[in-house]
Design a protein around this ligand. Structure first.
Ligand code: PAF
Length: 281
């Protein structure tokens, strides 16, 4: 795997790959990689592809009281994992290259960015959209891969790509889970052992609610029951919501795909998860 920390050198390598007829696929990450990220790399790998992973802990998507300074960083381990996964190029931009003196642009995707995590973390999705747009312009991939675990992020990126005419095919890759169902996340390392045990209540509560709704139960009751189960397990619940899977609007219209999303804190760690409530998925 080739590692680049300078944009001109990255562009030269990508130009050569395209010249050889290879299709560039991008896996944007913030590092501290786990099996969920590796599933993205595996999905991106195709015969003749040039798979680029980026690692950039993006300051613009962290709020003032969030975990930017303590966000896990493990560059050497990440490089080994990406090499083993068959990634071709790692793009490691320095913060000065992403946000040089005078940087003044902000991409804000209205609607899908506003509720749920957008309400709980003001400015977060502007930071995500802005950095992803930059990465798209730097790498100019034909395809890009994002985890469905960050379901709202994926919806924001899809909306931005459609609105700004990025000629990039976006693929959402299913959430990877521990054996007990907890969604893989770089932030799981923050969980103390007893919090880790209790954290399984999050996927369980979503599973119970999804089954109740699919079985014809009243959505409001299923959401209230999930909130109560999470509270009883020791979580402080930010939200448990049933939304339209594309627009993320609450109270999805009949016939639309639906998604159940939740965010809750256990101790100092905020976890998110989601499940489809589509009879066919
Ligand atoms: O999902 C992430 O790791 C980040 O939000 C992303 C998409 C790499 C943008 O910083």
């Amino acid at each position: 795997m080739e590692v680049y920390r300078e944009l001109a050198a990255l562009r030269e390598a990508l130009g050569a790959a395209r010249g050889d007829g290879r299709e560039v696929a991008l896996v944007p990450t913030m590092g501290a990689l786990h099996a969920g990220h590796i599933a993205l790399v595996e999905a991106a790998r195709r015969p003749g592809a040039c798979v680029v992973a980026s690692i950039f802990v993006n300051p613009k998507q962290f709020g003032a009281n969030e975990d930017l300074s303590r966000y896990p960083r493990k560059e050497m381990g990440d490089i080994t994992m990406l090499t083993d996964a068959g990634c071709d190029i790692l793009w490691l931009p320095p913060v000065e290259a992403m946000y040089p003196e005078g940087f003044a642009t902000n991409i804000s995707v209205a609607g899908v960015s506003e509720g749920l995590d957008g309400a709980a973390r003001p400015g977060h999705f502007d930071g995500v959209a802005t950095v992803v747009a930059k990465l798209f312009n730097q790498v100019r991939p034909a395809r890009a891969y994002f985890g469905e675990k960050d379901f709202q992020q994926l919806a924001v990126i899809r909306r931005m790509v459609a609105d700004l005419d990025f000629d990039i095919d976006i693929t959402g890759v299913p959430t990877q889970r521990e054996d007990d169902g907890l969604a893989l996340s770089s932030r799981n390392v923050y969980l103390l052992p007893e919090e880790r045990q209790k954290a399984v209540a999050l996927p369980r509560a979503l599973g119970v609610a999804a089954r109740a709704i699919l079985g014809g139960g009243e959505a409001a009751k299923a959401l209230a029951d999930a909130t109560a189960a999470l509270t009883a397990a020791g979580f402080a619940v930010d939200y448990v919501s049933l939304v339209d899977a594309e627009t993320l609007a609450p109270e999805p219209a009949p016939g639309r795909r639906r998604q159940l999303l939740a965010a809750a804190r256990i101790g100092h760690t905020r976890l998110i998860d989601n499940l489809s409530v589509d009879p066919l998925s």
